[in-house]
Design a protein around this ligand. Structure first.
Ligand code: ASP
Ligand code: MG
Length: 450
């Protein structure tokens, strides 16, 4: 296959009219398509809620309303669709009896919205004369590393499987968000359908991946936090990867990785402003470009905490960082980044791993470490653009803009990635810092409040 992979997200599945928009878009392509689809809007959250309160869940009520939701998209009853929605009935009833949902079952339940979407969309498209068939990851063999909740795709195994499954000259509808490991469903992390799309593009040597959203591609900053943001037309794989890794919610963090290996371009469209399939809002390719002011976009995340190991010499003791990192790794705590100095080693972790980290460090016994501190209520701000480290004076402009607002910068990292300078501030200062940098590089309004 050398057609296109096209993906529609949950924000493109709010009501029945949205399906007609999807149909209109699909008819514009003169290519074979793999159509990747997410759960309908908010359905994944409802499934996560159902898991959380399984002991109080009225299983039949819950599934009936899920069926009604999907039926309303299709505009008619359908036995197969009903069967699909109720496919997890016994799983839910079993878990309810147990009073908890084992990890292995959780991913199966949470990914259920995607399986309902793919069958519903297949039927809708067929009803409207658009030829296609459904293909499930368990059928074509999208294989993962087996990490429940946040799995990565085994690209080589999946490629071999997919090549022998997908036939030329046909269109397929594929549910996003999950793959299979030893027969078990493993989800790819929130927003994972983007990643499904790019993995399939890799597996099938697609010409392009088109992601449809309800926002206009990448922006210079998150419009919920900064006014006067501008669209970003062109990004390199590196820039897009760093922005997503550091909090830009528009793409799943691993989306560009499979594409990088084969140089496949990624287009992002806002379905609401859709013109033609060759006029996306953002294009992401291997080619880096440098703009006049270097910085292309600023992202941030509040999902960050720092574990700080202090000691007069910790930065110079051989093997210390390795020892700390492997202890965290053994407990399945992901270290997002590390900043070291002579007198401290700082691990950046996710907020949700904070409690587990406290337990881990209470068991660590390292003589050189004199104190261990935890920094919470902090945010990481990432300033991204090709050339950010090469071009003289960019970092100075970033930090002058921030310091003019009298914001205290807690930590800085530059150089770990060629395209990113990031730093940490207290969450209370986060928006002021974003606005200050945005104004410096893109103009814009002064923060009225300060
Ligand atoms: N439905 C999943 C989520 O909400 C996956 C996706 O939409 O990409 O995270
Ligand atoms: Mg998404």
């Amino acid at each position: 296959m050398s057609g296109f992979v096209v993906k529609f997200g949950g924000s493109n599945l709010k009501n029945a009219e949205d399906l007609f928009k999807i149909l209109e878009v699909l008819r514009m392509y003169n290519e074979n398509l793999i159509i990747v689809i997410s759960a309908a809007y908010n359905v994944t959250n409802q499934l996560i809620d159902a898991v959380a309160k399984i002991d109080r869940l009225d299983v039949d009520d819950f599934l009936s309303s899920l069926y009604q939701r999907y039926r309303s998209f299709l505009g008619r009853d359908d036995d197969q669709l009903k069967e699909r929605v109720f496919q997890i009935r016994n799983v839910l009833l079993g878990a309810k009896l147990l009073g908890e949902v084992p990890e292995q079952i959780q991913d199966r339940i949470v990914s259920h919205g995607e399986r309902c979407s793919s069958l519903m969309l297949t039927k809708f498209l067929q009803d409207h004369g658009f030829e296609c068939e459904e293909a499930l990851p368990e059928q074509f063999g999208l294989v993962t590393d087996g990490r429940f909740g946040n799995a990565s795709v085994d690209l080589e195994t999946s490629r071999k499987n997919a090549v022998s499954f997908f036939k030329k000259g046909r269109n397929y509808v594929v549910p996003g968000f999950y793959g299979i490991h030893e027969g078990k469903v493993t989800i790819l992390g929130r927003g994972g359908s983007d990643y499904t799309a790019t993995c399939l593009a890799y597996c099938l040597d697609a010409k392009r991946v088109d992601l449809y959203k309800d926002v206009s591609g990448f922006m210079t900053c998150d419009p919920k936090h900064v006014s006067n943001v501008k669209p970003v037309r062109l990004l390199s794989y590196d820039e897009a990867a760093e922005l997503s890794y550091f909090g830009a919610k528009i793409l799943h963090h691993a989306t560009v990785e499979p594409l990088r290996k084969k140089g496949i371009p990624l287009y992002i469209f806002n379905i609401n402003g859709f013109k033609t399939i060759d006029e996306p809002d953002t294009i992401i390719t291997a080619n880096g470009s440098m703009t006049e002011d270097v910085v292309k976009s600023i992202s941030f995340t509040d999902d960050i905490a720092v574990v700080q190991f202090k000691g007069s010499n910790v930065g110079r003791v051989p093997g210390l960082l390795g020892q700390i990192a492997s202890t965290f790794g053994a407990e399945n705590v992901n270290i997002k980044s590390v900043i070291t100095a002579q007198t401290s080693i700082n691990l950046l972790i996710s907020r949700q791993d904070l409690e587990r980290s406290r337990k881990i460090v209470s068991r660590l016994n390292i003589p050189e470490v004199e104190a261990i501190d935890f920094k919470t209520d902090i945010s990481l701000i990432a300033t991204v653009g090709n050339g950010i480290l090469q071009r003289h004076g960019i970092a100075a402009r970033i930090f002058t803009a921030v310091s003019k607002e009298k914001i205290n910068v807690l930590m800085i990292s530059a150089g770990a990635s060629e395209v990113t300078v990031y730093f940490i501030v207290s969450t209370a200062d986060r928006d002021k810092a974003l606005r200050a940098i945005h104004e410096e590089f893109f103009g814009g309004e002064k923060d009225e409040e300060c």
